[in-house]
Ligand binder design. Sequence first.
Ligand code: NAD
Ligand code: MG
Length: 384
Amino acid sequence: MSRPERKTRVAVLGSTGSIGTTALKVLRRHPDRFSVNALTAFANVDRLGRQVDEFRPPFIGLVEDRPGRPAEWHGGERCLVEAASRDDVDVVLNAVVGAAGLDATLAALERGKRVALANKESLVMAGELVLATAKKGGGEIVPVDSEHSAILQCIGSRDATEIRRVVITASGGPFRTSSAEEIRTATADKALRHPTWKMGRKITIDSATLANKALEVIEAHFLFGIPYDCIEVVVHPQSVVHSFVEFADGSVLAQLGVPSMELPILYALAHPERITDPEVPRFDPVAMSPLLFEPVRSADFPMLALGIGAGRQGGAAPAVYNAANERAVALFLDGKFTFGDIAPAVEHALDALSTAPGATRSDILNADASARRLVEDRFECSRS
Ligand code: NAD
Ligand code: MG
């Protein structure tokens, strides 16, 4: 394949987070292929400052106004959309956590850019709108999520009609073998100890409840146009097989690799090309064995079925699920919710808002705000 005549110009949104810093680690190794043209963070002035010193991007954004923020840095929530819209940016790596990433995803797709998407929440909450925006603007989404990167790599150029089933792997999280009672009463400290992946706090809790897997099922539905009936989840504690695709003839392909986000990030930046990178951790089948697969304990992890149900329902339901989950996880991390409070709070929001419309950006943002309010009210009621 011929090499592009100029470097791919990348904006990293959420550059101070787990995915953001891993992305810069990958980009640092390929200065001949990529330039970093924008960096944004929420509030971490010091870390962003060090990244700016190294990569010297023409655009820098810090959402929160913090002491020490240089005058030339852009501020406020708008800085995400500004970074994603720039003419000197080809690929927007959206590694912001949560619904805050939506407008940047839309802005980049509207302008025909590639979104290397770690921020699955934006696709989950507004799947139809995001796809319509990509179609209209000529933009494309390439997933960073390891499972979806695997599915994309397995599907290759095959037609969607040849796919019979997708099986998404889940590590099972820190409570895979815990009793139902241990799960209900788990503390944030325990829930934050993920067995195979080192990630930001929100996704680590989502991995413990299995909400992350529900978000990923919805993400796969929208990314690949696969009906919910053809998407399954299997627990695979080693996180080495990143997902399976079963084809019409019964043949199954899987993509494997050590659990490191470096590979899916590099792939999302270079797709469909593969770039030589000797530093991506190497695969050793003997060291990785044995590989185990187990069914999901659905009754003990209700967030999975709740999320898939919201996906099937469509409309604003996935946005409600996503927002209620974000608020409930924040309350759990603040010590205000127990682990067992998360699912009932999300279910309550879904029940109350089941018929909310979800076609436009404002429908989605309204549903998002209402869901957060319902979770908040539930917490306030439980206190009084
Ligand atoms: P993180 O908490 O480590 O980092 C989040 C980043 O977003 C930080 O740079 C932070 O400054 C920024 N940010 C947070 N709130 C913001 C806001 N309101 N506005 C603007 N910026 C904000 O999270 P992470 O683990 O890097 O995850 C980022 C995204 O990638 C999430 O959507 C997550 O689901 C997804 N993801 C992460 C992993 C992983 O291994 N960490 C794997 C797959 C997908
Ligand atoms: Mg994933």
